[in-house]
Design a protein around this ligand. Structure first.
Ligand code: NDP
Length: 295
C-alpha cells in the first residue's frame, strides 16, 4: 500500500479514535496499549496488536503516541534498545514544555526524532474539518509525514523548540477555560438575584462573536494591535474607569453570595497599572502587568 504504516501507542478515548481514523483512511495500523484489551475493537477492524510499544514503533513508518502524560511514554517504551533508531515518534499527549524538551532528548538518545503536538479537538473531532494540531520539533520530520498526520487534523508547525506545541496548546486551553469559567461565574452571580441560568446565554453568545469580529467590539483584534505597538488606547475608556467597574463586579458577586476569588484577582490586576502608570492608560496595559509578575 502507498499509505504509510502507522503505529498508535495509547488507546484511551483519543488514541483509539486516532487508530480508527487511520484505519478508515486506509492506513495499515499497528497498535499497543498497556491494557491490551482496549485494542480488541481495533483488531476487529483490521489493526495489528504489537507485543510492546517498541515493537509497534519498529513495525511502522511513523508512530503516534497519545497517553495521559509523558511519563506514560517512558513507562511504555522502557529501554527500547535499537527499536527506535531512525524512527519518527509523534507525541500528542499533554505535558509541560519542559517535559516535551526532555522527551526530545530522550528520543535523540535512542536515535529517534520526536515531533511534539497539542491536538485541539476532543475524540469526536478527530479527522473532522476544523481540527488542527500545534506541532513543534524539526519541520523536516513533519513534512515527511504531513499527509499521514493530516488524516487526524490539520498540522500547524509552530517552531523547532519542542516545548512550543504545549505552550500553544495551553495558551488556547487557558482562553477556553477562563472564558467558560467567566460565563459560569456570571450565571451564578445572576442566579443570586433570581435570574434563570439561560437568561445570559444570547448576550454572551453575541459578545463572544463581537469580540472576535472587526466591529467596535472587536477587542481581540484591537488588543493585538495595541500589544504589537505598545500603545494602549484610553481616550473614551481609561483603565481607571474599568478598574472602578471591577470593584463593582466584586461587590455584586459578594452581594450575590458567590465565590469572589477570580473577580478579586482580576480587580487587583486592573488596579496595578493604574497605580504604576497613572490615569493615562487603557485596558491593554493589563498586558504589561501580566508580563511583570509581583514578588
Ligand atoms: P487519558 O488521558 O486518560 O489517556 C489514557 C491512555 O494513557 C491509555 O492508553 C492509558 O493506558 C495510557 N496510560 C496512562 N498512564 C500510563 C502509563 N503509566 N503507562 C502506559 N500507559 C499509560 O485519555 P485521552 O485518550 O482522553 O487523552 C490522551 C491525551 O490526549 C491526554 O494527554 C489528553 O490531555 C490529551 N487530549 C485529550 C482530549 C480529550 O478530549 N480527551 C483533547 C485533546 C487532548 P491504559 O488503557 O492501560 O490505562
Amino acid at each position: 500500500s502507498e499509505k504509510k504504516h502507522v503505529a498508535v501507542v495509547g488507546l484511551g478515548p483519543m488514541g483509539a479514535t486516532m487508530a480508527e481514523t487511520f484505519l478508515k483512511a486506509g492506513h495499515p495500523v499497528t497498535v499497543w496499549n498497556r491494557t491490551a484489551s482496549k485494542a480488541d475493537a481495533l483488531v476487529a477492524q483490521g489493526a495489528t496488536l504489537a507485543p510492546s510499544a517498541a515493537g509497534a514503533a519498529a513495525a511502522a513508518d511513523v508512530t503516534v503516541i497519545s497517553q495521559t502524560d509523558y511519563k506514560a511514554m517512558y513507562a511504555s517504551f522502557g529501554d527500547p534498545g535499537d527499536a527506535l533508531r531512525g524512527r519518527v515518534l509523534v507525541n500528542l499527549s499533554s505535558g509541560s514544555p519542559t517535559e516535551l524538551r526532555e522527551a526530545a532528548t530522550w528520543a535523540e538518545r535512542h536515535g529517534a526524532t520526536l515531533l511534539t503536538g497539542g491536538i485541539m479537538v476532543p475524540p469526536p473531532g478527530i479527522g473532522q474539518p476544523g481540527a488542527y494540531v500545534h506541532y513543534s520539533g524539526p519541520e523536516s520530520a513533519l513534512d515527511e509525514h504531513r499527509a499521514t498526520l493530516a488524516v487526524l487534523a490539520e498540522p500547524v508547525h509552530q517552531g523547532a523548540d519542542h516545548g512550543l506545541a504545549m505552550a500553544f496548546y495551553q495558551a488556547e486551553l487557558y482562553v477556553f477555560w477562563s472564558t467558560l469559567t467567566s460565563y459560569m461565574h456570571s450565571v451564578a452571580m445572576l442566579a443570586g438575584y433570581g435570574a434563570k441560568p439561560g437568561s445570559l446565554r444570547r448576550f454572551t453568545a453575541k459578545m463572544l462573536t463581537d469580540l472576535a469580529g472587526d466591529g467596535p467590539m472587536g477587542f481581540v483584534g484591537h488588543l493585538t494591535r495595541e500589544i504589537e505597538t505598545g500603545e494602549y488606547e484610553y481616550a473614551e475608556n481609561t483603565l481607571r474607569m474599568q478598574a472602578v467597574g471591577m470593584d463593582h463586579i466584586v461587590e455584586t458577586n459578594e452581594d450575590a453570595g458567590v465565590d469572589t476569588t477570580v473577580p478579586k484577582a482580576l480587580r487587583d490586576l486592573f488596579w496595578r497599572p493604574v497605580h504604576e502608570i497613572g490615569e493615562e492608560t487603557g485596558l491593554g496595559s493589563v498586558y504589561e502587568a501580566i508580563r511583570k509578575p509581583q514578588g
